[in-house]
Write a new protein. Structure first.
Length: 94
């Protein structure tokens, strides 16, 4: 166990955020992520959707609570399954 003098935010998270910003990271506080787009080539997240806005990204770190992250994944899973079901249905009609 390691203790620090001061709050975890002050001693760990604030300096980390300053370092990340200096390397080009952007923090989008208060904007809810509604979806992701994935690169077909790499399988990694390539764009993040905030309502009607889409932002190209190299990496994503979700800083929300667990239930918020689960909701995004759940919506994505349901949407993907509907598309796959639709594709199977229409391919059987040919």
């Amino acid at each position: 166990m390691m203790l620090c003098r001061g709050s975890v935010r002050e001693k760990i998270f604030d300096p980390w955020k300053v370092l990340l910003k200096s390397k080009g990271c952007e923090f989008r506080k208060g904007r809810g992520v509604t979806d992701f787009f994935f690169s077909e080539e790499t399988g990694c997240v390539s764009e993040v959707v905030f309502g009607n806005d889409r932002i190209k990204v190299d990496a994503v770190i979700l800083g929300g609570g667990v239930s918020a992250c689960q909701d995004i994944v759940r919506r994505r899973f349901v949407y993907r399954n509907l598309i796959q079901l639709n594709e199977r249905f229409f391919s059987n009609l040919k």
